[in-house]
Design a protein around this ligand. Structure first.
Ligand code: SF4
Length: 254
């Protein structure tokens, strides 16, 4: 059980953990034991075939490195549900890249999620909330639609990597977050490994990468990166923010 307290949300079990919390913590510890000796493909097999077959969804931005995870998933089961947040603020290039990858990789179940018309009219009628309150904008355009879409699933797979942000630096291959298991098969990959995998498999690149965008989110909140800058410096530039909220680790663990 000691792994659980270290790995899950830095807080371990809550002081008054319920029976289901204890059960989830025990399963998390067992999953971690299995995952830590496996490569990315093995971790995906663990989620998609061994432990949560038919109950797992992938969350993908179809951003700069997304093709790596999508290819690995497609090699196991191309009909795995892929949840894509179409916030209404994405680059057109991202939408076309989604369509291209769906075609090239044979992805059979890509689900585009969006806030409802009612929510947009109520919370962001002018479409400018991002400029006043980015957290509120991410909340209704990303966090809430994703939470609804994940309801039928017991596990999710992300493309997060340790090297990306300070928040992700102590990420583990499996976590427990808001009532479901979260697998991070690329947790230990670095940029060189990602590049090499894309080259080796001759995979299509997001068209904005060549144009100076090594990390790509919504259009108003992403800028080009200059030489010498951190590769995520173009995300929410000027704001004290480097996560949109859908992946925050400290907010719902066991
Ligand atoms: S990244 Fe920017 S535009 Fe996109 S949902 Fe968040 S605040 Fe809104």
């Amino acid at each position: 059980m000691s792994n659980v307290t270290i790995i899950d949300t830095k807080r371990g079990l809550r002081p008054r953990a319920s029976a289901s919390d204890v059960e989830a913590a025990a399963r998390l510890a067992a999953l971690l034991e299995k995952a830590k000796s496996r490569d990315a493909h093995g971790i995906l097999e663990l989620a998609l075939r061994e432990e949560f077959a038919g109950k797992t969804a992938v969350v993908s931005s179809f951003g700069a490195e997304a093709v790596v995870l999508l290819k690995l998933v497609a090699d196991i089961d191309p009909n795995t549900p892929i949840l894509f947040l179409n916030t209404g603020k994405l680059f057109g290039e991202t939408l076309r890249y989604r369509d291209r990858l769906q075609d090239v990789l044979g992805l059979g179940d890509v689900r585009s999620l969006a806030p409802s018309l009612e929510e947009r009219a109520k919370k962001d009628p002018e479409g400018t909330l991002w400029s006043r309150d980015a957290d509120a904008c991410c909340d209704f355009r990303k966090t809430i639609p994703l939470a609804h879409a994940l309801e039928p699933f017991q596990a999710q797979i992300t493309g997060r990597k340790r090297f990306q942000t300070r928040e992700r630096a102590d990420m583990q291959p499996v976590e427990y977050f808001e009532g479901r298991y979260r697998f991070n098969p690329l947790w230990q990959w670095d940029l060189h490994q990602l590049e090499a995998y894309i080259e080796r498999n001759n995979l299509p690149r997001h068209p904005l990468v060549e144009d100076g965008y090594p990390s790509i989110g919504c259009m108003p909140c992403t800028r080009r990166v200059q030489a010498g800058e951190d590769y995520r410096a173009g995300r929410w530039s000027g704001l004290d923010k480097d996560e949109c909220g859908i992946h925050l680790t400290d907010g719902g663990g066991i």
